[in-house]
Design a protein around this ligand. Structure first.
Ligand SMILES: [Zn+2]
Length: 376
């Protein structure tokens, strides 16, 4: 690294570590507020920049950009929330082997630090540049009060958005699977556990029906653990099973299960629901908890070219099994560049981010933004 790069690396590392120290989880609304204040302070004193807060159902978002426009040509977008860990004292970081280790280092406080610094630097160098920044606080729980709210209710617009929350340094995501989080409920009739012939066991019946459903998925789309094609087929995971019954000697009159179903195009939420409902039969009551259609992200070829020229390695266009906030931008017709620094062990306490790749990612975005917005 050059001296400038070393200085950038130490600035971004310090900012990332400060952000990790604030436990911005769903159960800590005041810590999320504190994090936004900290970020707001970093944005202060920039000529021509306006910063606004938006709020939906207790989830705050911060939007910054040129005073003259509500639709920047390029928008940087991230989330400050991290997932909850059982150990409340784990929210700090260590540096080892050129990496920052800590909860949220990779998803996505390192990327947030890079975007914050980039936003500051470019607005200081080019006052009025058509570059925006949006940071939300509910991505890990679905994004409806964050990015969806900003687009549908707060009027957020952009020419294209950069979302460093998927892919990798040389992997730009072009497609994401659709999502169907589904609760399935089944009723029966309770009776004493010693006389099962008098009752209808809701739990046993539900299990049989779920078995048939899981078999439908694995028969049609066998899970291939070693596959190198992005596992581009529908999957179904049975993740929760419940009954209000707590007695060992009573037959349960009610049972429910929660499934996480993911599917690529041409499948749709509607067609998936129709199929599932015909396999489970009329006795099961289906309640979709969260749905998203599969989407194509339409990244800018220039972003891929710049990634190749700065890293000196080819870009792989990949398909993602997981969904991100990108889908809300796509629904509004806004293209998404989805890649990020090198990260690993996401959502574990020893989640990490590679520092040098954070600097490289910064340079990719910087060159892309400068070429698009100021022509050099
Ligand atoms: Zn994320």
């Amino acid at each position: 690294m050059t001296n400038d790069e070393k200085e950038l690396a130490s600035r971004l590392t310090a900012l990332t570590r400060d952000l990790i120290l604030i436990p911005t989880t769903d159960s800590h609304p005041t810590e999320r507020e504190r994090c936004f204040e900290f970020i707001h302070n970093h944005l202060e004193g920039l000529a021509g920049v306006q910063t606004n807060y938006h709020e939906s159902n207790g989830y705050r978002s911060l939007v910054a950009g040129p005073k003259t426009s509500t639709a920047p040509e390029i928008l940087l977008c991230g989330h400050i929330d991290v997932i909850e860990h059982p150990d409340p004292d784990c929210y700090h970081s260590t540096i080892r082997d050129g990496r920052i280790y800590g909860p949220g280092a990779g998803d996505m406080k390192g990327a947030d630090a890079a975007m914050l610094d980039l936003f500051r630097t470019l607005h200081a160098q080019h006052p009025g540049i058509s570059l925006g920044l949006a940071l939300t606080s509910d991505e890990e729980i679905g994004g409806t009060d964050g990015v969806q709210f900003l687009i549908q209710e707060a009027g957020l617009q952009a020419g294209i958005v950069i979302v460093p929350d998927g892919g990798s340094l040389n992997e730009v995501t072009i497609e994401e699977k659709g999502v169907l989080h589904l609760r399935v409920r089944r009723e029966g009739h309770s009776a004493h556990g010693a006389r099962p012939w008098l009752g209808t066991n809701a739990l046993e019946l539900l299990l049989k029906q779920l078995d048939a459903l899981l078999a439908y998925f694995t028969d049609n789309w066998p899970v291939d653990r070693a596959a190198d094609h992005g596992h581009w087929y529908p999957t179904c995971s049975l993740n929760v099973i419940e009954t209000p019954n707590e007695s060992a000697n009573r037959i349960p009159s009610e049972a429910s299960a929660t499934l996480d179903i993911r599917f690529p195009p041409p499948h749709t939420v509607g067609a998936m629901l129709d199929n599932i409902s015909s396999i489970l039969g009329p006795d099961c009551y289906l309640e979709p908890l969260m749905t998203a259609e599969p989407c194509h992200l339409d990244p800018d070829p220039l972003f891929c070219e710049i990634t190749e020229s700065i890293t000196g390695s080819p870009v792989r266009l990949i398909r993602a099994a997981g969904a991100s906030d990108s889908r809300f931008f796509r629904r509004a017709g806004i293209p998404v560049n989805l890649s990020r620094p090198l990260v690993g062990n996401l959502h574990a306490e020893d989640e990490w981010l590679d520092i040098e790749s954070m600097v490289t990612y910064y340079q990719i975005c910087q060159r892309y933004i400068c070429q698009k917005l100021i022509g050099n």
